[in-house]
Ligand binder design. Structure first.
Ligand code: CU
Length: 497
């Protein structure tokens, strides 16, 4: 069965809340930094969303880190688990954090079935420590451990990634952040977030990302998680927030954040002098680059996503025939005679897909084109999408682990409490109060009842159908019957609010 067919079946998986997502996070066995161990640090620890920070121990004045590159089981979002290659149980690998001037030793153990090497991308170091298999060192054979050791001469957002069979190893997730804090910080950062960008091709129904695919990706991730599996960024109004983006994939990305203009303060080349910094709302980032931006948090729930339209979208949205504006009414019935449960979609756009996503069984181990439930109905996004939640009561946290624990609580800050009169609303005074004539299944029109409920045949939420107003003309009725599915969500949103 082809992907094209599947999308028309409204294929998809259950959408869970972000809290549940985090509770199911696949964690590494390592002990991590705690509030106790970080309180003396001369910097604000970075929070790698859905990830962690690599612990170290001091050995003779050197910060010693351990990385194990291995095959891992990684949940990209609820309903989708892949066999990736990562470090210490994670992709991206745990973030290495150190301070300019530190001497660091990194022991890399190879548990992959083939040789590897680790390149410290953007870090200024002796040539022989640069980690390019064949060029600067012997490849690390399976089962062996290599020692890298150098002194950090710079600060900034750098990265690490495999430089031995890069095509396969990076393609399967072998990458991470190497963040070097300045010896003398110029200003205080209240929250410091790191987001690694990546693209994948995972054939629906399979668990192994295809590293041979170079251009036609179907899963786009922040820290190897796809929305609705991505953790939100939390902040309080007025806090100074830094976001660090890193990327060693194949595509270009345009990371857009709503509600703010932010300042690009650094690239992988280092700090940008204040006089040369620039403001943006969308930062372009290519393979091998990092970007740091900063802003003062403004209250609200703000989308943060890649602006390439197919990047905040999941697998089942790719490769779909264009049926926009095509009347599929006759087709649907004919195909249903052959294929029970067939559902024609897309005639009025794909909003309805977000609703079907909750109820329809799809192929195993993939993600619907879009998902996520907001306070006003389906959010209808996937892939490279998350939310910056700037709330007065946003939890404070000291480490990435703290962060994860805090937003596993039932209340991760919830949704923004909009001041009265500041939410876009219908100019129709009857909006949300229409007299309901019946509740009908959008897929099985024969299922019709006077009370709300779900369809006994497919489980979908029954849609309210307005009572036929006798005084209205045919023209109006026609427009009602063509009302796009999904309008009910907006009504529900009103009640919630
Ligand atoms: Cu993108």
């Amino acid at each position: 069965m082809s992907i094209k067919r599947l999308i028309l079946f409204g294929a998809v998986v259950v959408v869970l809340s972000m809290a549940t997502v985090l509770a199911q996070r696949v964690v590494s066995g390592q002990t991590s930094l705690t509030s106790e161990t970080v309180k003396d640090l001369p910097y604000t620890p970075v929070v790698t969303l859905n990830g962690s920070t690599l612990p170290w121990k001091m050995v003779d004045g050197t910060k010693e880190f351990h990385l194990t590159v291995e095959e891992i089981t990684w949940e990209m979002a609820p309903g989708m688990v892949v066999k990736a290659w990562g470090y210490n149980g994670q992709t991206p690998g745990p973030t290495i954090e150190a301070v300019e001037g530190d001497r660091v030793r990194i022991l890399v153990e190879n548990k992959l079935p083939e040789p590897t090497a680790v390149h410290w991308h953007g870090v200024i170091l002796p040539s022989g420590m640069d980690g390019v298999a064949g060029l600067t060192q012997w490849p690390i054979p399976p089962g062996d451990t290599f020692k890298y050791e150098f002194t950090l001469k710079q600060h900034g957002t750098q990265m690490y990634h495999s430089h031995g069979d890069e095509m396969v190893q990076i393609g399967l997730g072998a990458m991470g952040f190497f963040i070097i804090h300045p010896k003398r910080p110029t200003h205080k950062i209240d929250r410091d977030y790191a987001i690694f960008l990546n693209e994948w091709f995972v054939q629906p129904g399979t668990a192994r990302p295809d590293p041979n695919v170079m251009t036609d990706f179907n899963i786009f991730t922040f820290n190897s998680r796809a929305f609705p599996g991505t953790a939100p960024l939390l902040a309080r109004p007025g806090e100074r927030v830094r976001v660090r983006l890193g990327h060693v994939g194949q595509d270009f990305h345009a990371i857009h954040m709503h509600g703010h203009s932010f300042t690009i303060v650094a690239t992988d080349g280092g700090d940008i002098p204040e006089t040369a910094q620039w403001m943006e709302t969308t930062v372009a980032i290519g393979p091998g680059q990092t970007r740091d931006y900063e802003f003062i948090a403004i209250p609200g729930d703000w989308a943060l996503h890649c602006h390439l339209r197919h990047h905040p979208m999941n697998a089942m949205g790719h490769d779909i025939p264009n049926v926009l504006g095509v009347n599929q009414a006759g087709v649907e019935e004919k195909i249903q005679a052959l294929v029970p449960g067939y559902m024609a979609m897309g005639e009025t756009g794909m909003h309805e897909h977000a609703e079907h996503a909750k109820h329809m069984a799809g192929p195993p181990n993939t993600l619907p084109m879009m998902g996520g439930q907001g306070p006003f109905g389906p959010i209808g996004m996937g892939g490279m999408f998350t939310v910056l939640k700037v709330h007065e009561n946003a939890p404070r946290f000291a480490t990435a682990d703290d962060y994860t624990k805090q937003i596993q609580l039932p209340d991760d800050g919830g949704w923004y409490d909009n001041p009265p009169g500041t939410v876009a609303e219908s100019i129709n005074p009857d909006f949300g109060k229409q007299k309901i004539g019946a509740y009908v299944c959008p897929m099985h029109p024969e299922v019709r009842q006077s009370e709300p409920g779900s369809c006994p045949k497919c489980g979908m939420t029954l849609k309210p159908q307005k009572a036929e107003p006798a005084e209205e003309g045919d023209g109006n009725r026609q427009s009602e019957s063509r009302e796009p599915m999904g309008s009910q969500e907006h009504h529900e949103g009103m009640h919630h609010h």
